[in-house]
Design a protein around this ligand. Structure first.
Ligand SMILES: [Zn+2]
Ligand SMILES: [Zn+2]
Length: 261
């Protein structure tokens, strides 16, 4: 099954440009240096001929991303983890409840579900809501998820001490917010078609890969194409792209890739 993967956002938690910063990348006129918070979506047609859209993470920029990319439906949301830059757009899922007249399934690991319940307590409070709230059903990810004929396999990775889920779909994987891929997850990730990797910046960080660390993973896992994401304002798209080896690219907001599910 063919699918189109769209990068909704390729930036780190504060986005690029960063508020109040006048550095060269924050002032860059290259559209690839404008990075909203990290998220991707997949669009495909299911076996019944129905269009399907699956979103991985709902960033604080979700509304703007959905308008920019003309997102007309959301059939499921998969969360990698529940840090603010990955979940705070969840309230805007309401628009899709209205259009689709349906509840939307949401998938995350147990700690992320816990944070989602606390952060969006008004969704789960028993009291009648005074105004529209997201209509979602939470599901704990315990293994591969079947969605409309496509399989999404969770890939545990470590973001410092926090376990974050990457997702494998077909011969492609989206891994963000990690600095360590544990040994047990590596066999799932060899020789993929497309592999997204966290690559925050050049300087060391204790919960994100640097560009050098992401390059090491790309060399070790040997995908046909590796795309870096979650980049901060120290990463100039043009300058850093020049020093990447063949088959490794910086992703950017609005990038579209054809993948096989
Ligand atoms: Zn993040
Ligand atoms: Zn800056």
């Amino acid at each position: 099954m063919r699918a189109t993967l769209t990068v909704l956002g390729s930036g780190t938690s504060m986005g690029v440009p960063t508020i109040g910063c006048a550095c060269a990348v924050c002032r860059s006129t290259d559209p690839r240096d404008k990075r909203t918070r990290p998220s991707v979506k997949l669009d495909f047609t299911d076996q019944m001929g129905a269009p399907r859209t699956i979103v991985i993470d709902t960033s604080p920029d979700f509304r703007a991303q959905a308008l920019r990319e003309n997102v007309t439906r959301v059939d499921a949301v998969l969360f990698t983890h529940a840090h603010a830059d990955h979940i705070l757009g969840l309230d805007d899922i309401r628009a899709f409840n209205f259009h689709q007249r349906a509840r939307i399934p949401v998938y995350a690991n147990a700690p992320a579900l816990d944070t989602i319940r606390k952060t969006f307590h008004y969704i789960f409070d028993e009291a009648p809501a005074p105004s529209a709230i997201p209509l979602i059903d939470l599901h704990e990810v315990r293994g591969p998820i079947e969605l409309f004929g496509a399989t999404f396999t969770p890939v545990p990775v470590f973001h410092g001490k926090l376990e974050v889920l990457g997702y494998l779909f077909g011969r492609n994987a989206y891994l963000t917010d990690f600095n360590v891929i544990p040994e047990a997850s590596l066999p799932m990730l060899h020789s993929l078609d497309v592999l997204f990797l966290d690559a925050l910046r050049d300087a060391a960080h204790n919960t994100h890969c640097t560009i050098a660390e992401a390059l090491d993973y790309a060399a070790r896992l040997a995908p046909k194409a590796a795309y870096f994401t979650h980049m901060n304002h120290e990463v100039s798209h043009a300058a850093v792209s020049e020093r990447l080896p063949a088959g490794v690219f910086l992703s950017y907001d609005g990038l579209k890739l054809e993948v096989e599910l």
